[in-house]
Design a protein around this ligand. Structure first.
Ligand SMILES: O=C[C@H](O)[C@H](O)COP(=O)(O)O
Ligand SMILES: C=C(OP(=O)(O)O)C(=O)O
Length: 449
């Protein structure tokens, strides 16, 4: 079999099943041409890196490490710039330093980055002043501007998604291995607006302690290479299956299929139907897989997902990202965790405290309260503590920029501030100071656990 024929046989079985949330591409021939071109492009990640992340997530599933997964709700093509990428990365590096030092746990760092360009939506259309147009589905599909031209899905955008992901990943690799992520830079990550915020000041104190520890080790003649670079992985929602399967390749080492568009991909709350195309696609690839579980998820669904996606019961293969909402987590999560644990499966449990806590402010802005976000994480920790299972990590929508999209936090943002710098293309993100607040509070919860 040629490589393409093999891909067709293995990576395309989803095509005969219903696929939710796919764009209504107006020109199928143009789509086919784009897919063919994408199939000829080089991989964005190496299959061996996906295996390494699966091992790291195995440690999370076994209770030996903590996953920090975060980044934009929706990446945008016009935000593929050095400043934005560096700001996101440094937010995750700062949060990682806080969790590792204050929580005393190895932290696996995974960005919602270099591929998070596609969005599932509640409604297929949007109406403004009597005009109805297709909803914005992410830069990989259509444009944000409210015009018929921008909102028409254009498959050429899938190629731009590949290019934007490649540029982003290239810079991320440079930052994480080229000196910027060296632990000696802990202070340098705390510049600009965040420095004067309460969490920035608390961070500065922690950075001084890390510095002292490094100086001590240095004086003892220890200067480990591990402190000079950071292992960092890229993840996104595997939503537009034409793109994901065009980037699915046979690994020359093992003959198995990998989606080389990112290290880890997840299946969202709106596309995790057991008999649907997304789960079928995910079942064929060897990448670590995440599945979002909202408040309507049943233990039977969770067990069937394990059967489909992790038949070998391999720690690290499957991560359940629960997003129940602060008001439901304590009621809904225990049965899921209990039944999955009783089945003998060792999945990683991660808390997404964002997606169950969205509401619309009177101004019309979609927002989230920092206190609700925190309360969902607290509930997640309480449930795991009660069951003796491991609270494996957090999955957060955040940005490194000084935006005003979520209310609350130590450097408090009020509902009336939302309009000031509301920049997200879809859902509200924590800004850098709110992200640091969260990291400190989660580190405390982890330590108390
Ligand atoms: O990020 C998640 C979803 O895409 C988002 O919550 C859907 O938002 P909508 O309800 O505005 O479509
Ligand atoms: C759409 C998302 O979440 P969920 O599938 O949980 O709604 C997301 O994480 O971008």
């Amino acid at each position: 079999m040629t490589v393409n024929a093999e891909i067709h046989a293995g990576g395309n079985t989803w095509r005969s099943l219903p696929a939710a949330q796919q764009p209504d591409w107006p020109d199928q021939e143009a789509l086919r041409d784009v897919i063919a071109e994408l199939e000829s492009y080089p991989p964005l990640v190496f299959a061996g890196e996906c295996d390494q992340l699966r091992q790291r997530l195995g440690a999370v599933a076994r209770g030996e490490a903590f996953l920090l997964q975060g980044g934009d709700c929706a990446e945008a093509f016009d935000a593929v710039g050095a400043d934005q990428i560096r700001n996101k990365l440094k937010t995750l590096l700062q949060m990682g330093a806080v969790l590792t030092y204050a929580g005393s746990v190895p932290v696996v760092k995974v960005g919602r980055i270099a591929g998070q360009y596609s969005k599932p939506r509640s409604k297929p259309t949007e109406t403004r002043d009597g005009v109805t147009l297709p909803t914005y589905r992410g830069d990989s599909v259509n444009g944000f501007a409210f015009t018929a031209e921008a909102r028409t899905p254009d498959p050429q955008r899938l190629k731009r998604m590949y290019q934007a992901s490649a540029s982003t990943l290239n810079l991320v690799r440079a930052f994480t291995t080229g000196g910027y992520a060296d632990l000696r830079q802990v202070h340098a990550w705390n510049q600009d607006f965040v420095k004067s915020s309460p969490s920035g000041q608390r961070y500065e104190q922690l950075a001084r302690e890390i510095d002292r520890a490094l100086n001590f080790m240095n004086a003892c003649g220890v200067d480990p290479e591990e402190f000079k670079t950071v292992e960092f992985y890229a993840s996104h929602e595997a939503l537009v299956l034409d793109y994901e399967s065009a980037l699915t390749r046979v690994d020359s080492r093992t003959g198995q299929l990998y989606d080389v568009s990112g290290h880890m991909v997840w299946i969202g709350e709106r596309t995790r139907q057991l008999d649907g195309a997304h789960i079928e696609f995910a079942s064929k690839i060897r990448n670590p897989i995440g599945v979002k579980l909202g408040p309507t998820s049943t233990p039977e669904e969770a067990l069937t997902l394990i059967e489909r996606l992790d038949p070998e019961r391999e720690p690290g293969r499957l991560t359940f990202i629960t997003r129940m909402g602060a008001d439901k987590v304590r009621e809904k999560l225990p049965t899921l965790v209990e039944k999955v644990t009783a089945s003998g499966a060792q999945v990683a449990w991660i808390c997404d405290p964002m997606h169950g806590n969205t509401f619309e402010a009177a101004s019309g802005h979609k927002t989230r309260r920092f206190d609700d976000v925190l309360d969902e994480v607290k509930g997640f920790f309480e449930v795991h503590k009660g069951l003796g299972t491991h609270p494996g990590g957090i999955h957060v929508e955040l940005t490194g920029d000084d935006v005003t999209e979520c209310v609350g936090g130590g450097d408090e943002i009020f509902v009336d501030d939302l309009h000031q710098r509301y920049e997200t293309a879809c859902d509200p993100r924590l800004n850098r100071s709110q992200s640091l607040d969260l990291a400190f509070l989660v580190a405390e919860m982890y330590r108390d656990q």
